[in-house]
Write a protein that binds this ligand. Structure first.
Ligand SMILES: [Zn+2]
Ligand SMILES: [Zn+2]
Length: 355
């Protein structure tokens, strides 16, 4: 894939890039920024999520699964609690349901707009108020701290569908969905994960702050607060608050996120690159606020929309664009149509409507 980079990356066309004031006054810096077909243009900040086809699995039998019983028990209890929560929904107070939905939307944005598009892939930049919102939202989602999430995710992109991919979809739906969290990581994941450049996140104080205080803050923000708020403010029963607003809400966002690793690597079309496992899956996009255009995303991991399109089944892009309108997000990276069409022609599976 790296061999094709000069062809497929166009000049950055993020909508927030300012146009030159007049053609005669364009600075040298702006000229460099807008030079076409230059891989450094679109996202000079980061290359750690670009697929490395040179890495191959070592020969030999796969290592034995080592179960992590603590995670298995906690995950089983969470899902049993969430199932029980479903039966309580009809008897919940309206405000409790609304709070649970609102909380899950915010938590989902903490993953999609935060951990994924901003911090794992650096597809846009965010000012401090937005980063503060996203780090709180991300803590609400309780999916490991951003540093760990991004390391797992970058290694998934770079060494996708090898033993170094933490949720290698060749090991089946269950493994790539949740099973990978219930067993010890494959040694190759640790080895390759350790070689990634994570210096951008290490240098970001907010990320390191979240990592240092992750346990107490996640318990407070993701479990204690959503349970106490409905109980304290509008007299919801403790049982309804805990099983619906906390456990059910948590399990729903977790599973929506996991579908990107499982369903979007197994079911769907590959309009942009037929040689990779990731697929475009509209249902996953609905469930995950726009993260299901996964064949596109693995082909062009530097595109802030994670899709050829912008607001089409993509609430996260809508959210980032709203933040950009408020001046809180900027430098959104978008691959040009011409580069996308060229790639579709060269490596697509023929399912794209342009083909
Ligand atoms: Zn990604
Ligand atoms: Zn993927």
């Amino acid at each position: 894939m790296t061999a094709h980079i000069p062809q497929e990356i166009s000049s950055s066309c993020g909508t927030t890039l300012t146009e030159p004031h007049s053609w005669g006054q364009q600075s040298a810096e702006e000229k460099v920024e807008k030079a076409p077909f230059h891989s450094e243009d679109i996202r000079p900040e980061m290359k750690e999520d670009i697929h490395d086809p040179s890495y191959q699995d070592e020969e030999g039998p796969p290592p034995k699964l080592e179960y992590v019983w603590r995670n298995i028990i906690l995950m089983a209890l969470l899902h049993l609690g969430a199932l029980y929560g479903i039966t309580l929904v009809p008897s919940c107070k309206v405000y409790t349901c609304l709070t649970g939905m609102f909380y899950s939307w915010v938590a989902a944005l903490g993953i999609t707009a935060g951990a994924h598009r901003l911090w794992s892939h650096r597809t846009y930049k965010a000012r401090l108020p937005l980063r503060l919102f996203l780090i709180i939202a991300n803590t609400m989602a309780f999916q490991n701290d951003v540093y760990e999430w991004a390391r797992d995710h970058r290694v998934h992109h770079k060494f996708t569908e090898t033993h170094a991919d933490p949720h290698d979809s060749r090991r089946g739906f269950f493994f790539s969905h949740v099973g990978w969290l219930l067993v010890r990581k494959h040694p190759a994941v640790k080895e390759k994960g350790g070689t990634l450049d994570m210096s951008d996140l290490k240098a970001e104080k907010l990320i390191m702050f979240q990592r240092r205080y992750y346990k107490p803050t996640v318990v407070l923000i993701s479990i204690v607060l959503p349970t106490l708020v409905p109980w304290y403010f509008w007299g919801e029963s403790f049982q309804h608050s805990f099983y619906v607003a906390t456990l059910l809400r948590y399990a729903v966002v977790l599973n929506a996120t996991w579908l990107v690793n499982s369903a979007a690597h197994l079911y769907g079309y590959r309009p942009y690159d037929r040689n990779i496992g990731a697929r475009d899956n509209a249902l996953v996009s609905v469930a995950s606020f726009g993260e299901g255009f996964h064949n596109y995303h693995h082909t062009f991991p530097y595109d802030y929309s994670v899709s050829e399109y912008r607001w089409h089944i993509n609430f996260t892009t809508f959210f980032i664009d709203c933040m950009a309108a408020l001046g809180l997000a900027y430098d959104r990276k978008k691959v040009s149509k011409a580069a996308v069409l060229a790639r579709i022609k060269r490596t697509g599976d023929g399912s794209h409507k342009s083909g």
